[in-house]
Design a binder for this molecule. Sequence first.
Ligand code: ATP
Ligand code: MG
Length: 388
Amino acid sequence: MKSYLLISDSDETAERLATALGSEAGQLERWSLAEVAADGGALITTPIRGRRPETVILGPDTLEQGTFALAAQIDASWPGVALLLVSGADAATLRAAMRAGIRDLLDPAESAEDWAATIATAHEAARAHQSASEEQAPEASAGPSSQVVVVLSSKGGSGKTTVATNLAVGLAAQAPTVIVDIDLEFGDVANALRLTPDRWLQDVVFGPARNDTMVLKSFVTEHESGLFAICAPERPEDAGGITGEHVAHLVQQLAQEYRHVVIDTPPGLAEHTLAALELASDGVLVCGLDVPSIRGLRKELDILGELGLRPRREHLVLNNVDPRGGLSVADAEKALGRDVDVVIPAHRSLRLATNEGVPLLRSTRRGRIAKALLGLVERVRAGAGGAS
Ligand SMILES: Nc1ncnc2c1ncn2[C@@H]1O[C@H](COP(=O)(O)OP(=O)(O)OP(=O)(O)O)[C@@H](O)[C@H]1O
Ligand SMILES: [Mg+2]
């Protein structure tokens, strides 16, 4: 017997849904938003009458109240559920909805028959997806101990590439590590590591490497530290057609082969960054010690929270810290409402390292800058069990 759950305060939606379900309307359970909110979402993880619903419908009134976070929670708690959102959505909402695991939209402007057809299709697709993923589970998942680390920041020039390349070099000293540059337009991992790759990101996401790990591994560029790298396209025009889905597929492939996958990103939350975050075990949040950067980070964390994309482990790095700037680390912690994990002072050795294409940790492990970077390496390793 099928079971349906509607989470909504809208009587009109409930009536429309009952009409759409016809003889199955008796299997429809309804929760109010207040009920779901009351226990901080714990309700979502418990079965209803001993079983979990096969189809969950949200909205339309949930939109203002963290719908996507709720959807992501449902998707994670009840894998294989067919999630639908009542909304006549624009493209941005649609994209966010899909990322939160929502399968399709029920447009209030459509008829009850249209709704019935959409619900049936979503239900079938969820069921097919569930059985396919159960069959493929061992191959589809990342290696048991692999770690996907996304380095991100709301602002340009905050030190993402500096942090990502040093972190990757530090991790590579202990275990197989690959860095992927998904800053498609202005990626500069190749420069930061002074690499001259034969193959670039576009070569590994299109063509034979996509389906053949041996080919993929032969397409990565090796750095003299033992780190492997997949560099962003040399020219922005070569990045055409690379989608979030390409990035996700590549990250999954790499997670099978390398213990650590470090991902350098462009500023903000581009489609490719969101795709990587969906697979991330760790997020390294790079932030400057200035008001715009701190505000930007707060906003970024709010958005990721709403999308249900906050990584399991977060490492907050305050970079380029100069006490003469007027703000202290404590000010940043107060504004962000959380502790800063790593503080990297402003220092010309890092600028020099960028210009020379030699990450600081390749030339020294001494001094307060190297110590701060090594602190990050250890923090990230420890999160993965530290046993690399
Ligand atoms: N702590 C620091 N002290 C001094 N210079 C720094 C520090 N961190 C980074 N830099 C310098 O700031 C510049 C920008 O750093 P980086 O390229 O790592 O930033 P990014 O966030 O990757 O930039 P983009 O958004 O353009 O990708 C570089 O020249 C780098 O050497
Ligand atoms: Mg960069």
